[in-house]
Write a protein that binds this ligand. Structure first.
Ligand SMILES: *Cc1c(COP(=O)(O)O)cnc(C)c1O
Length: 363
């Protein structure tokens, strides 16, 4: 059997370093906002090339804290890709803002910058740039629109840790970025965790206070904040794993290259990228009009797959208010995508087997 994602195997590589960190934290008796957090945030900011990095409880919080820190709320509109994981949209609506959906590009799956302008109104405050599946968005175009219309650019970098767009890391391509360190992400903790990066000192300070009960110093509250902190255990694990992130992403690129060079089946559309460095292949999503049969066929040969995602946000019950809206490109993607196994611990043998089996699929 080839599992979709073998988290145990991924983390087993770090077992002795994790053991040492657990001992260190247990010996210290310090569990929140201590030196593990400081160390990870310092290293993660350096990795992204930003001035600041803040640890928070998860990726959704990272995004909603950024929006809250900008003071966006009821009556404000935020541009989001129609094709994304629901957390992007939840971060917007949780603050009372209205998500305004923009179709993706059918080839990159990320937001199509040329369709943003027609969605802007006097109430638009920001653009959420989601680097979906690990591929950096077309940031030059997005930043140019933002500059012209005085909008903030918030990166949803939850799937793209380490991707490089024109020499700069994801997380350093807009005004602020939210990361998720959910266990299955390219940089994953052993539980929930998230982070914010920015070069804006005021925004950083504000996010930091909001994430800690709106407090700038103990028992002094300047915002109606939240409790969303990165704990010492997760920060320590992430600090260990950050050292292997580039190597892991390169292995993902290698696997992706193998899939793209060797899967040759007229029923299957392969993902592509114009710039190998700009993609870290969090998800390797193929498209096929025979998805149900293909899933069955792969299951029969012991290959696990997944769908990212079966239903777009505007078709979810939670967003009933958008159910009459139509986003045909997004819907086409959701109806046809299928994610193949992708992780740094897949063996060459597994990857070859997957490609061979896909080539033998006849519709
Ligand atoms: C995972 C993910 C999030 C949310 O992160 P959590 O840590 O699970 O809260 C947000 N946006 C995207 C695109 C994601 O993939």
């Amino acid at each position: 059997m080839i599992p979709f994602l073998d988290l145990h195997k991924i983390n087993e590589r770090f077992r002795s370093q994790f053991d040492a960190k657990v001992k260190e934290i247990l010996d210290s008796g310090w569990y929140l906002q201590g030196k593990q957090n400081d160390s990870f945030c310092e290293h993660f900011a350096a990795f992204c090339g930003t001035d600041y990095s803040l640890g928070v409880a998860n990726g959704l919080d990272a995004l909603r804290i950024i929006i809250k820190a900008y003071g966006f709320g009821v009556g404000d509109e935020i541009i989001v890709p129609a094709n994304t994981f629901i957390a992007t949209v939840l971060a917007v609506s949780d603050n009372g803002c209205t998500p305004v959906f923009v179709e993706p590009d059918i080839n990159t799956y990320t937001i199509n910058p040329s369709l943003i302008k027609e969605k802007l109104t006097s109430r638009t405050k920001a653009i959420m740039a989601v680097h979906l599946y690990g591929q950096a968005c077309q940031m030059d175009e997005i930043n140019a629109i933002a500059k012209k219309y005085n909008l903030k650019v918030i990166e949803d970098a939850a799937q793209a840790h380490g991707a490089i767009y024109k020499g700069k890391r994801v997380g350093n391509l807009g005004d602020a970025a939210g990361f998720s360190f959910y266990p299955g992400k390219n940089l994953g903790a052993l539980g929930d965790a998230g982070g914010i990066t920015t070069n804006d000192k005021d925004l950083y300070e504000k996010c930091k206070a909001i994430a800690n009960y709106g407090s700038d110093y103990k028992y002094h509250h300047i915002y109606k904040g939240l409790n969303s902190r990165l704990d010492e255990m997760q920060a320590a694990f992430l600090d260990v794993k950050l050292g292997s992130l580039d190597e892991d992403n390169n292995r993902r690129r290698e696997i992706s290259k193998y899939y793209r060079d060797n899967i040759k089946n007229p029923n299957i559309i392969l993902p592509s990228t114009e710039d190998e460095l700009s993609h870290v292949w969090h998800i390797f999503a193929i498209r096929t009009s025979n998805r149900e049969e293909l899933i069955k066929y792969l299951n029969g040969t012991g290959i696990q797959t997944n769908i990212h995602y079966p239903t777009p946000p505007h078709k979810q019950l939670a967003y009933n208010e958008f159910k009459e809206q139509s986003y045909p490109i997004t819907e086409e993607i959701h109806n046809t995508v299928l994610s193949l196994p992708m992780s740094p611990v897949l063996s060459n043998r597994d990857v070859k087997e997957i490609a061979d089996i896909l080539n033998s699929f006849k519709n």
